[in-house]
Write a protein that binds this ligand. Structure first.
Ligand code: TZP
Ligand code: MG
Length: 202
């Protein structure tokens, strides 16, 4: 089962690997059970190096997902891979990581979510729910009404993403999400903010 809070550590927000690792430790100190590592700009070697550092510092108690890259998920000893609409399909990612690892897929509208529902993906991410500045060229916002329609269309776990904050996260869960994925709202006071999210989402 996915935890209700799904923090994403985006390398774009950190000037060094050390800072990225310190931030990730804070998330875990606050109670994060899962982290997705996202690095849209690094080379495969840089991504693998940072991912291995994350794996080492997290130990086995934190579930780690690799964004985009099924191969690097395996190389870094991560627990799952999260693919988008332009990455390997969920079926192709599954062939790489096999059973026993998580495969998640990003969707941005009802049609994509319906398509993802037919795959072996373990969960479907949907967003942006609200406006976001953490993604280049984001798709149109889905909104809470859009999320409710997608909730009615699939039984797979739903991870909502995009513009989610302490102030609006409860409404996202109430609209049918199983989990909320968060980037920017965790950047200030990460440990305390994770604690606050978890308390609100309980
Ligand atoms: N996909 C849809 S919105 C988004 C991604 C990766 C960014 C979410 O970041 P934030 O800062 O929580 O809005
Ligand atoms: Mg992707």
């Amino acid at each position: 089962m996915l935890p209700s809070l799904y923090p994403i550590v985006d390398a774009a927000n950190f000037s060094t690997s050390l800072k990225l690792c310190e931030f990730s430790k804070e998330l875990i100190a606050g109670g994060a059970m899962l982290i997705q590592y996202r690095n849209k700009k690094g080379s495969a070697r840089e991504i693998l190096s940072q991912a291995r550092q994350l794996r080492t510092l997290c130990g086995d108690q934190t579930t780690l997902f690799m964004n985009d890259r099924a191969d690097l998920c395996l190389s870094a000893g991560f627990d799952g891979v999260h693919v988008g609409q332009d990455d390997l399909s969920p079926a192709a990612a599954r062939i790489v990581v096999k059973e026993g690892k998580w495969v998640g897929v990003s969707t941005h509208n009802l049609q994509q979510a319906l398509e993802a529902d037919t795959t072996s993906a373990d969960y479907i991410a949907i967003g942006p729910i609200f406006a976001t500045e953490s993604k280049e060229h984001p798709d149109p916002v889905v909104g809470l009404d859009g999320l409710k329609k997608i909730r009615a269309a699939t039984r797979k776990p739903l991870v909502a993403i995009g513009g989610i904050t302490l102030a609006n996260c409860r409404s996202v869960i109430d609209a049918g999400a199983d989990s909320v994925a968060v980037i920017s709202a965790l950047l200030t006071s990460p440990a305390k903010t994770v604690e606050d999210f978890i308390r609100i989402l309980m």
